[in-house]
Design a protein around this ligand. Structure first.
Ligand SMILES: Cc1cc2nc3c(=O)[nH]c(=O)nc-3n(C[C@H](O)[C@H](O)[C@H](O)COP(=O)(O)OP(=O)(O)OC[C@H]3O[C@@H](n4cnc5c(N)ncnc54)[C@H](O)[C@@H]3O)c2cc1C
Length: 410
């Protein structure tokens, strides 16, 4: 019998297993597929030191209206989806209000600031340093007024959290990124943000480290999880405790145990493009809300949030617009894939990830809801969870608040 079973082998599940293993626990990871093949594969690959505040709804009503009418590439919105999840959106809106958001940011910032240290230790131990680049990330603007406002906001974040940055006008930016055509007003360089040239491969490397240290990973369906007397059973394995780390699939499994956890699914897409694009570092095209990430497979263009029930079969509008904006700045060839990849950011309306034991099921732990920054935060929140499972005091108190997110009849 395993001591702890972890369901899910994404960045969050694998780093959970490593953190528990380091504390001497015997762990088994269960996933329906190989490690790092889902959301943790398809993201923009940023380990984001600059993301010191969780992603809020825009405060400016003009931006909200532009988003609602599809005039802003940051969000593609299906009214039916919003109406079906109205309660979650209202709660997200409440969390986005200035005072509440400032409170949440105070819990969030130290986690983000610890991320590169934790990834650095794991990447070293897993022989995965070649997958990580440590030379920062660009937040670029076409519109000079937006650049100016972004620099002012970066100054504010620097004063509040010490997030270092440097701003570049278009000439200085071209000197750093000679492959760019003109057209950008300039960019903010965030030097402490890291990037990964193959996010799925980084999770695979961390998973191999877990196995090398004596851990076990098996294929199985997490939905078979059940409890008889004080034992949890799943995929033919029995254990005393279970951690659900299924990313966007977590609420579905929790529903089986009577818990309703409202999640906002922010879908994103990517395509890789062939060719010598020449971009040195990842770049957020802020006016078009796409990230261009130089990756092993080619230039990955990843979109922002689509709020809809089902993914689009054709390349979605956000990706088409993003590709057009990227082609105005860089030369590159056709897409590698026939269809774009899509995946879902598991966003909780309260913005902080859920790291706690289920209130009415002893031994059932939950670790999910990292939203826009799960690839960054997995190794850090895994430490919080591991300490809490060992009954040690930790910063988990903030996240115990997430217990109130559990709704259900018990
Ligand atoms: C377009 C896009 C760009 C992003 N960019 C960034 C970024 O630059 N930086 C960043 O930090 N974050 C980014 N994110 C967010 C980040 O990717 C996620 O927060 C993170 O990957 C979530 O990790 P996870 O381990 O919780 O989920 P996942 O990686 O999805 O892992 C969940 C695992 O559960 C398994 N599973 C599901 N159902 C079952 C079942 N029934 N039985 C067994 N196993 C099951 C899956 O196979 C999967 O392996 C981005 C997300 C998107 C969509």
């Amino acid at each position: 019998m395993a001591e702890i079973v972890i369901l899910g082998a994404g960045m969050v599940g694998i780093t959970t297993a490593l953190a528990l293993q380091e504390r001497g626990h015997v762990c088994i990871v269960v996933d329906k597929t190989a490690p790092g093949q889902e959301t943790s594969y398809g993201n923009a690959g940023l380990i984001q030191s600059e993301a010191v505040e969780p992603y809020a709804l825009p405060g400016n009503p003009v931006n909200l209206i532009r988003m609602a009418f599809g005039l802003h590439n940051a969000v593609s919105l299906e009214a039916g989806y919003v109406l079906r999840n109205l309660r979650a959106f209202v709660s997200y809106w409440v969390s986005s209000q200035k005072a509440r958001h400032a409170d949440l940011s105070r819990s969030w910032a130290p986690l983000v600031q610890a991320a590169t240290t934790h990834h650095g230790l794991l990447a070293e131990a897993a022989n995965a340093n070649h997958l990580i680049k440590r030379d920062g990330f660009w937040e670029a603007y076409r519109d000079p007024r937006r650049l100016l406002r972004a620099v002012q906001d970066a100054e504010r974040r620097k004063a509040a959290y010490g997030a270092g940055f440097r701003s570049y006008d278009s000439k200085a930016l071209l000197a750093q990124e000679p492959a760019l055509k003109s057209g950008l007003a300039g960019a903010i360089h965030w030097p402490d943000t890291w990037s990964c040239v193959d996010p799925g491969a980084l999770v695979t490397a961390y998973a191999s480290l877990f196995v090398q240290r004596g851990g076990t990973i098996i294929r199985g369906d997490a939905t078979s999880l059940e409890r008889t007397r004080s034992v949890w059973r799943v995929a033919g394995v029995e254990s005393e405790r279970v951690v659900i780390a299924l990313g966007p699939w977590t609420p579905q499994l929790l529903a089986k145990f009577g818990y309703m956890v409202p999640m906002i699914s922010k879908r994103g897409y990517h395509f890789h493009f062939r060719g010598e694009h020449g971009l040195q570092r990842p770049m957020l095209l802020s006016d078009d809300s796409v990230v261009l990430s130089p990756m092993s497979k080619g230039l990955r263009i990843a979109t922002a949030a689509e709020l809809s029930q089902r993914p689009s079969l054709n390349p979605p509008r956000q990706l088409v617009r993003g590709e057009r904006a990227a082609r105005a700045l860089l030369d590159f060839d056709e897409p590698v894939e026939e269809r774009p990849w899509n995946g879902t950011r598991p966003c909780l309306p309260g913005m902080l990830p859920m790291i706690c034991e289920a209130p009415h099921h002893p031994g059932l732990w939950v670790h999910f809801g990292h939203g826009h920054q799960g690839f960054t935060l997995g190794p850090v929140t895994a430490q919080l969870l591991a300490r809490a499972m060992d009954g040690e005091p930790s910063a988990i108190n903030e996240f115990n608040g997430s217990k109130s997110t559990f709704q259900g009849n018990h």
